[in-house]
Write a protein that binds this ligand. Structure first.
Ligand SMILES: Nc1nc2c(c(=O)[nH]1)N[C@H]1C(S)=C(S)[C@@H](COP(=O)(O)O)O[C@H]1N2
Ligand SMILES: [Mo]
Length: 424
């Protein structure tokens, strides 16, 4: 048992060196064993090497290898009544690094995907401003001050099905309502300054151009601090699913506020109390009161490998891998446990470390085939430590849907199969 930060870091490093040493030896042993019998993967000329392959630009827009076709967004059919007002999940267990490929970003739509002709799209800014403005896409792309930023977007309902116990078998489904993307756009502050917010302006209403015309109230302070009006993701135009041609980026805050297909921003002096901030995106507590305006996404993490869709296949050296993020501040440390939280070691956080953004963590370990209870916990620069599910329920009860950032446990069985479990 080690609880001190320094001790645990030192312990972690020593374990890591030991594991890496053992790992190299084991890998050498494995390749020596293989060389005893001829391996057709080495001795035979493979089909793909017998003739010419496709020429350039025969695949004008590049797609993943056909052998990767299982790596897709998935939905849970019983969860919603229609596919238009529904959600698909990011396959976190099949990804690496911190950037979510555009085609694999989870989707959450209230009225399906709007396919918008950018030539017919406008962004209006009205309300308590000196000059009401209407911008075309071209206007925005010519606007001085364009920036790029990498941010996670997490739906407040991510992990919402797990409040009453372990339910969905796979981190895609328990944690896949999150993506992390590089955006390009204009700081919202610059557009608001251009319109001249009146002194009594305190709140914004952001409105989407889809059939849901989804609206959310946003405090002016946040808009002035770090929000973007973005038209690009991962270096190309936004995908229709993510709000083409324009979306609001609200770093660290719940996904619902990141209005897609953004067509209007109204400046007002108080919040609008629309559907998405009253009947939805509020947290009903045990005593019947509800928390409102719980915008910030607290520190959270999940082990993606191993996980139910990515079981452990090999005894001996393995690499545990996962993601951590916090809407409050940078991720400072991620701890991992293989015994259900009794012992923790510090994981290795890979670069780049941005905030608020995904960070990728790894921990090398040796598996002797015994049962494991795999967990991770994120700690951010405010000192906030990701709580256990038990701790979370002490404050929040079990009526909530949103903002479940409790520590996830995966049970790895001796045969490697991995399950979503909860331990007290
Ligand atoms: N116009 C509009 N914006 C929207 C939504 C929507 O249905 N319509 N869904 C919201 C919700 S609830 C979330 S979690 C995020 C999801 O963003 P994504 O589809 O890029 O993952 O978009 C938000 N913005
Ligand atoms: Mo959401």
């Amino acid at each position: 048992m080690d609880n001190g930060t320094t001790r645990s870091q030192r312990f972690g490093r020593r374990r890591f060196l030991g594991a890496a040493g053992a790992g190299t030896a084991a890998l050498l042993a494995a390749s020596a064993a293989r060389s005893a019998t001829p391996d057709p993967a080495i001795t035979e000329v493979q089909d793909w090497a017998r003739g010419l392959g496709d020429g350039v630009a025969t695949r004008p827009y590049g797609m993943p290898s056909e052998f990767e076709k299982h790596v897709v967004r998935r939905d849970v059919e019983w969860l919603t009544a229609s596919r238009q007002s529904s959600v698909s999940f990011t396959p976190l267990h099949s990804l690496d690094g911190v950037i979510t490929p555009s085609g694999l970003c989870f989707e959450r739509h209230h009225a399906g995907i709007a396919d918008i002709d950018p030539a017919k799209h406008r962004l209006m800014i009205n309300g308590l401003v000196d000059r009401q403005m209407v911008y075309t896409l071209d206007d925005l792309k010519r606007f001085p001050g364009r920036v790029g930023r990498i941010h996670f977007l997490e739906c407040a309902a991510n992990t919402g099905m797990e409040w009453r116990g372990a339910q969905l078998n796979g981190c895609q489904f328990t944690h896949g309502m999150v993506h992390n993307v590089a955006y390009t756009g204009i700081p919202l502050r610059m557009l608001l300054d251009h319109c001249g917010v009146r002194t009594n302006g305190r709140w914004l209403l952001a409105e989407g151009g889809d059939a849901a015309a989804m609206t959310r109230s946003l405090p002016l302070d946040k808009a002035m601090k770090d929000c973007l009006v973005a038209w690009a993701m991962n270096g190309e135009a936004l995908r229709p699913e993510q709000g083409y041609p324009l979306r609001l980026v609200v770093p660290g805050w719940e996904g619902n506020m990141w209005v897609k297909w953004l067509r209007r921003i109204e400046v007002g002096d108080q919040p609008w109390h629309h559907r998405e901030e009253t009947s939805k995106y509020t947290d009903l507590l045990a005593d019947g009161r509800a928390r409102r305006f719980t915008w910030i996404m607290d520190a959270k993490s999940v082990v993606a490998n191993p996980s139910p869709q990515a079981p452990l296949r090999h005894r001996g050296p393995n690499v545990l891998s996962g993601l951590a993020w916090s809407g409050r501040d940078a991720i400072r440390r991620v701890d991992v446990s293989l015994d259900g939280g009794r012992n923790w070691r510090t994981a290795r956080i890979d670069e780049p470390v941005l905030s608020p953004s995904f960070v990728r963590f790894y921990a090398e370990f040796d598996w002797n085939g015994s049962e494991l209870l795999v967990q991770s916990r994120a700690i951010d620069a405010t000192g906030y430590v990701q709580p256990t599910k038990h701790e979370l329920r002490r404050f929040r009860g079990t009526n909530s849907i949103y903002h479940n950032n409790g520590i996830q446990t995966w049970l790895v069985r001796p045969n490697g199969e991995t399950e979503n479990v909860e331990i007290s």
